[in-house]
Design a protein around this ligand. Structure first.
Ligand code: TXA
Ligand code: MG
Length: 307
């Protein structure tokens, strides 16, 4: 199917991707169209191993090489100087291409059978929460794409961490499924360049991404619940068991306060709370460490902005 330019949703450990032959411009155009994604927002290409990445990009920086060796396959995307074989449409004309080796057996097997990489943004309409289950993809894009490869629930649940080099420094452009602490253990201090605007460096990091269908407010849960006492509330909480209230449905990211478990649950909770019969979503931030930072980043982007 992919050989014929068709679109296939692929499972990865982070989130489901909307996959197409990365060397086929027509197929890539369809990805942008189906996602309703602006052409200035480039795509990640997926390959099955580091040597394969070298066909499409240069991996000369020793620090990035070390990270690739240590964390691929895994939730790490590297921004690397692109080779000519990669169409400009994939990188939105940028000189670097985003590359990663996903840690999912089905998709790795698929990639090994193909003689091209798979370009895949998250398989959700632009601006919406990323899908972590095949059913999420089916609901939103099922009638617009050719196939969904069912690889079960994603085991990380939050998108990959994006790393590159700028001014000679290792930089993080998107917080994600690989914690900064793990990266710093390998390459020392990194610089955070997380975009909160429409800066073209990582355009997908627009501030309003992940918007759920209901207003979402972040803060102290008790205070927020008191403030919205006349409404039906969905409360996304981390560990503690708050006292039951009639107008509140609680969604526990992880009762054991485990950040990995919280990451796995986050996007499906944002979907469920957004789709359910509730008026407002309230959420508390997690500790700013490990995957907690990436989770907080997504919650802040999902928050309803008041002007
Ligand atoms: O975990 C993931 O990374 C998932 C799975 C499917 O691999 N993919 C994903 O793709 O999250 P997407 O398209 O939803 O997010 C990719 C991000 C966007 O913010 C995009 O702007 C940035 O990566 N990006 C891609 N190529 C880039 C490039 N050449 N330079 C700068 N940023 C780039
Ligand atoms: Mg996305």
């Amino acid at each position: 199917m992919l050989q014929k330019g068709e679109l296939v949703a692929i499972p990865t450990e982070t989130v489901y991707g909307l996959g197409a032959n990365a060397l086929d411009t027509k197929a890539i155009l369809r990805v942008y169209e189906v996602k309703q994604r602006p052409h200035f927002d480039p795509l990640i290409i997926h390959v099955f191993e580091m040597n394969e990445a070298l066909k499409y990009a240069d991996l000369k920086d020793e620090r990035l090489k070390k990270l690739a060796q240590k964390f691929w396959p895994g939730p790490l995307t590297l921004l690397l100087p692109k080779k000519n074989i990669v169409p400009d449409l994939v990188t939105s004309g940028l000189s670097q291409v985003a590359v990663r080796v996903p840690k999912h057996e089905l998709t790795l097997q698929l990639l090994k059978q193909l003689n091209f990489p798979i370009a895949a943004p998250s398989a959700n309409p632009f601006g919406y929460v990323s899908p972590t289950e095949p059913e999420h993809v089916n609901k939103q894009l099922g009638d617009k794409i050719d196939y969904i490869l069912d690889g079960g629930k994603c085991t990380v649940g939050i998108e990959s961490t994006i790393i590159g080099i700028e001014d000679g420094e290792v930089c993080v452009y998107r917080l994600g499924g690989l914690a900064i602490e793990d990266i710093e253990k390998e390459v020392g201090k990194v610089s955070l360049r997380i975009n909160n605007s429409s800066d073209p460096k990582a355009p997908g990091q627009l501030k309003d991404h992940y918007a759920p269908n209901k207003p979402l407010y972040i803060g102290n849960l008790d205070e927020l619940i008191a403030k919205h006492s006349t409404k039906k509330i969905a409360a996304i909480c981390f560990g503690k068991t708050p006292s039951a209230k009639q107008n509140v449905t609680y969604f526990y990211l992880s009762e054991k306060e485990n950040l990995k478990e919280a990451a796995i649950n986050l996007f499906s909770f944002l979907r469920r709370t957004g789709e359910g019969d509730l008026d407002v979503i309230v959420a508390e931030l997690l500790p700013e460490k490990g995957l907690g930072r990436a989770i907080n980043d997504r919650l802040r982007r999902a928050e309803t902005k008041t002007l």
